[in-house]
Design a protein around this ligand. Structure first.
Ligand SMILES: [Zn+2]
Length: 204
């Protein structure tokens, strides 16, 4: 499943947003890599486990699925992140509902030390999350807080290719499109437009 996604290597919150994408350009079809349900989220998490903190990464190894309630939360977080990414890239204020979704889930990223019961004054790390799915949601939500409020937000882009709905962080000044595929598609469209107009059309 992960191999079919058009874009990878973006910050985790954008990777989650980009699980919905359009295949086939302007008249293409909207795809959803998580549509298959809780197992799709399990596979998505397992494939990205190395992007999570070590302790969680170990527990995500081989994870196959998440409980249905977590699946719904992943979809809810994805929707909220898409809305915030749209606001952040267009200069609009964030919506109250997506903010609430992200902020509520970000609490699940909380961890703190406690003294373990017993005679030997051992410390243990407790987490606010009660399962790996919730912990992963918390990490993604917390990463989104950093992304949208931090320096990378200035380089956050909605891909400008017609029909594309992906978001990316512009890693270098010349990166204009989410993928080489989008850049090529736009160049081909410009070329055929110019050919059609007898070469008279100016570059848009
Ligand atoms: Zn694109």
């Amino acid at each position: 499943m992960a191999g079919e996604l058009p874009l990878s290597g973006e910050p985790l919150p954008l990777e989650l947003v980009n699980t919905t994408y359009v295949r086939g350009g302007v008249r293409g079809r909207r795809m959803d890599a998580l549509a298959a349900g809780p197992r799709a989220v399990g596979g998505w998490l397992a494939a990205r486990r190395d992007r999570f903190p070590d302790a969680l990464a170990k527990r995500l190894h081989g994870v196959e699925s998440v409980p249905p309630v977590r699946y719904q939360e992943f979809l809810e977080l994805r929707g909220a992140l898409r809305s915030l990414a749209a606001a952040r890239t267009s200069g609009a204020a964030p919506g109250a509902d997506p903010l609430a979704v992200v902020n509520t889930l970000a609490r699940s990223a909380a961890r703190w030390p406690e003294l373990a019961p017993g005679p030997d004054f051992r410390s243990v790390v407790r987490t606010a999350a009660d399962d790996v799915g919730r912990e992963a949601l918390g990490e993604i939500a917390a990463a989104a807080v950093d992304l949208f409020s931090g320096p990378a937000a200035e380089r956050l882009r909605a891909c400008p290719a017609p029909g594309c709905i992906l978001y990316f962080v512009r890693t270098h000044a010349r990166r204009e499109w989410c993928t080489v595929g989008c850049g090529n598609r736009v160049r081909v469209a410009r070329h055929s437009r110019r050919a059609r107009d007898g070469g008279a059309a100016r570059e848009a």
